[in-house]
Design a protein. Structure first.
Length: 586
């Protein structure tokens, strides 16, 4: 049996009558309907195969087997209203239904957990039908409709009109949640009538109500873990990237000044995660495989965000079709974390994702002062959302202005309250200088889940990649360790090269000279002279002998390789991995 037939039979076991629809074919980048109109069809994958579909809807397994044996890939239609005892709340985002829905829920209170279908146009929630008939598409508010008698919904799995696969969201399918009755306010609006006022509380009705309140739990309670639960085996950590210490739980954070490239770095990471490649193509930054990732953009807007993803995929040689439907973006997201229903809204939005980038904290916490310690309360919501959905959430934030009294305290390097630092998991800061192309990432706080502590600083550099006639058609983010970055700087530093020749020439003429004599005899600061000497020693062009007797100065000697290099007879050797020697006092 195929997935469509399996799903149709599942519907029959629930007592839902179903019928086959025309489906969507995907041919390269073009989609077409299985009906006679093909690519010109205006309702691809969303219209019945038969005009009398309501009569053909059935929960008979033999009939269903016949339908889906004939059309194995046919999407599943479920009639709404009296035919199935199911009605659907349609949220049409293009018509502002999302905002109307949030306003209605905020006004009327809680919204029941019911099966949900995410569509390309919005969301469908499935409810049990009331006793009275519901019109075919009853308007509740702008972009909000209840589908009743004579209408239908398309059930997962199926392909939408643009070819995107649609599945039941995890924990929101009919096996996990049962359709609940329509909330009274929604039913009244769908029927076009005013809400029924509550009955006055009579003495006869008051007594059962008091008894119910007396026997009810006393509100929220603290939940304890007892000793056996504390010491039970722990599940493995769901590392997104163990090297970066990214995992569900407290949100990791990347902080940097504006225009430092922090968003580009994280967008490159999202592309790598969706493709299942190591972050920044660095072998140590492995990921568990292709992941579903999301980008909530509160900062730069759709055009810039999409353009960067296009350039990054081109620069990394990734065909967008290879990461199809694993990378999602919501630009200039309009829902802040301060919304009354934020936890529920974000849990629904992040359902099914493994990793989410939020750029940046300022837009996410609209209405809350970053300098107020209560900002931690908002970030703690992300921890709750992450634990509920299993998605790791990474924040981008801005660094603050340098302070004279920070004493190297990383908490004071972030803009706003120190509660931001305290509420986050693994924290990195990004340091960049105008005259240096590479950005330095410094790990300033390890994740609580990690036992590895802080990782060594590393460098990331942007490189344009020519695509066709466009020299900047692509871009890639290149990783370098601290040692590799130092070698790169030395390789391209003509000033250092000239100073090294001066130092070596002086040692040649003053064989066995001390460090004090060397610094006094070569023009330049002592720090730069020692740096040139250390590099010469690393290349084995210079030998430094330490005498056995105390208080005797070290002696410097030129090596045969150094003589050859000084004479231009050999190219500079590649620096080895040895650490630089300690510098001697003058």
């Amino acid at each position: 049996m195929g997935p469509q037939l399996d799903a149709a039979l599942d519907c029959a076991r629930r007592g839902w009558p179903v019928f086959p629809l025309h489906g969507v074919r995907v041919d390269g980048e073009e989609t077409s309907c299985t009906c006679d109109d093909g690519p010109k069809c205006k309702h691809k994958g969303r219209h019945p195969r038969h005009d009398d579909y309501l009569k053909r809807a059935t929960s008979d397994e033999t009939a269903i087997l016949g339908y889906w044996t004939t059309w194995p890939d046919a999407p599943i239609g479920l009639p709404t209203g009296a035919a199935s005892r199911i009605v659907a709340l349609e949220i049409n985002i293009g018509q502002g239904g999302d905002q109307a829905f949030l306003a209605a829920v905020e006004e009327h209170g809680s919204f029941p957990d019911v099966p949900r279908i995410d569509t390309t146009d919005g969301i469908l929630f499935l409810f049990s039908a009331p006793q009275e008939p519901i019109p075919k598409r009853a308007k509740v508010d702008h972009g909000l409709y209840v589908r009743g008698d004579g209408s239908f919904v398309v059930l997962p799995p199926y392909r939408s009109a643009d070819g995107a696969p649609c599945e039941w969201p995890t924990s929101a399918d009919p096996d996990a949640l049962a359709p609940a009755p329509l909330p009274p306010w929604m039913l009244h609006k769908a029927m076009g009538r005013a809400p029924t006022p509550p009955e006055p509380m009579t003495a006869q009705r008051a007594e059962p109500a008091r008894a119910e309140v007396a026997s009810a739990p006393e509100g929220p309670r603290i939940q304890w873990l007892d000793t056996p639960d504390i010491f039970a085996p722990l599940p493995p950590i769901k590392w997104i990237c163990e090297k970066m210490q990214w995992a569900p739980g407290r949100p990791p954070l990347l902080a940097a000044y504006g225009a430092s490239g922090k968003t580009m770095i994280m967008q490159d990471a999202l592309v790598s995660l969706a493709a299942g490649r190591p972050l920044w193509d660095a072998v140590d930054f492995t990921v568990p495989g292709p992941l579903r990732v999301g980008h909530l953009d509160y900062d730069q807007g759709a055009w810039a965000t999409r353009r960067r993803y296009q350039r990054l995929c081109a620069g990394k040689g990734i065909d967008p079709r290879d990461i199809a439907y694993r990378l999602r973006v919501s630009s200039l997201a309009r829902i802040p974390l301060t919304h009354a229903k934020a936890v529920d809204i974000f849990c629904r939005a992040l359902d099914g994702l493994d990793f989410v980038l939020i750029d940046a904290l300022r837009g996410l916490i609209a209405g809350v002062d970053e300098n107020d310690s209560r900002v931690r309360d908002e970030i703690d919501k992300l921890t709750l959302i992450s634990e509920k959905t299993g998605a790791a959430i990474v924040l981008i934030h801005h660094q603050g202005k340098p302070r004279d009294n920070d004493n190297g305290d990383a908490r004071l390097g972030l803009r706003g309250s120190s509660g931001i630092f305290d509420a986050c998991g693994s924290v990195f800061t990004l340091q960049s200088k105008p005259d240096e192309p590479a950005r330095r990432l410094v790990h300033v706080k390890p994740a609580a889940e990690s036992t590895g502590g802080l990782i060594e600083p590393f460098y990331l550099q942007f490189e344009d990649v020519a695509i066709g006639n466009d020299p900047k058609g692509g871009v890639r983010v290149v990783y370098r360790s601290a040692e590799q970055d130092q070698k790169q700087k030395q390789k391209h530093d003509p000033k250092l090269e000239r100073l090294m020749r001066k130092v070596l020439a002086f040692v040649k003429d003053h064989d066995g000279c001390s460090a004090r004599t060397l610094v006094a005899g070569v023009e330049g600061s002592s720090e730069k002279v020692y740096g040139a000497r250390d590099e010469l020693r690393r290349r084995e062009y210079l030998r430094v002998d330490r005498p056995n007797e105390k208080n005797k100065p070290v002696c410097h000697y030129i090596t045969p390789a150094g003589l050859a290099w000084l004479a231009g007879e050999a190219p500079p050797a590649t620096p080895g991995p040895a650490d630089a020697p300690e510098r001697e006092p003058m």
